[in-house]
Write a new protein. Structure first.
Length: 245
């Protein structure tokens, strides 16, 4: 999961502080920072964003006016209001923000907001292929792989294969390292030997006695699913509307 984030505040110091705090959350990617409502509008006309941290008291137009425009023109975009005066928060509820933050922003309060952000974007992250490239360790160097192209990751003995729709290659990263690397992008450790992206799963099938399970991928390939993982994966997939046989 990667959330494209725009910061709007006429106080550059406030932007710098928030930017520094947001580096602690790897799913947040700050795509731009601007100091006025007009600059925010200009940017959004030609760029896509998922989330906006919006100061209510920006100089040229109010943050509430900008939020109203965002709600109308970009209904899927989430807004988090930031303000130095708690009283302004009451005026913002009509715009259905994801949250309010009061300056100076307390980091522990920001963590709660980020939990809400993860929940709000989590369903989309599981169903939409992530547009991201990652460098993986291979013999003699680094190999760049497009996350959306990966069908599954398999460990066989000491070898770990990264399987895409076009090819496969061996990585010298450990399964534990790979699991941590790809978890933010909706990958799931379905078996001690397999990691699979949730957006590639078509169904999960059990045999007649429910003694074993298999995951079917979009290309028709099937990989094993640990019995202990079945219930957890079932809940995740059914939340995305995927029927389990």
């Amino acid at each position: 999961m990667e959330i494209r984030t725009l910061l709007v505040d006429d106080d550059q110091q406030a932007i710098d502080l928030l930017s520094a705090d947001l580096t602690s959350f790897p799913f947040i990617r700050i795509i731009q920072t601007v100091n006025s409502g007009k600059a925010a509008l200009d940017y959004l006309r030609s760029h896509e964003a998922d989330l906006v941290f919006l100061d209510i008291e920006i100089g040229d137009i109010t943050g509430l006016e900008l939020a109203g425009h965002i709600r109308s023109a970009y209904p899927s975009m989430k807004v988090i209001f930031v303000t130095g005066h708690a009283g302004f928060a009451l005026d913002g509820y009509d715009y259905r923000p994801l949250d309010f933050l009061i300056k100076p922003i307390n980091f522990f309060r920001l963590e709660k907001t980020m939990a809400a952000v993860e929940q709000a974007f989590g369903e989309r992250a599981r169903t939409a292929p992530p547009d991201r490239k990652i460098g993986m360790k291979v013999a003699g160097g680094i190999r760049i792989v497009n996350v959306a192209d990966i069908l599954y990751i398999e460990k066989s003995g000491r070898k770990i294969s990264i399987v895409t729709g076009q090819t496969a290659f061996l990585s010298s990263d450990s399964m534990k390292e790979i699991e941590a690397m790809f978890e933010p992008f909706g990958f799931y450790r379905a078996h001690q030997s397999f990691i699979v992206p949730l957006h590639q799963i078509v169904s999960v099938e059990a045999d007649s006695a429910s003694r074993s399970y298999a995951i079917e991928l979009t290309n028709g390939h099937k990989i094993p699913l640990s019995r202990s993982k079945y219930s957890e994966l079932q809940q995740m997939l059914e939340a995305d509307g995927i029927h389990i046989l």
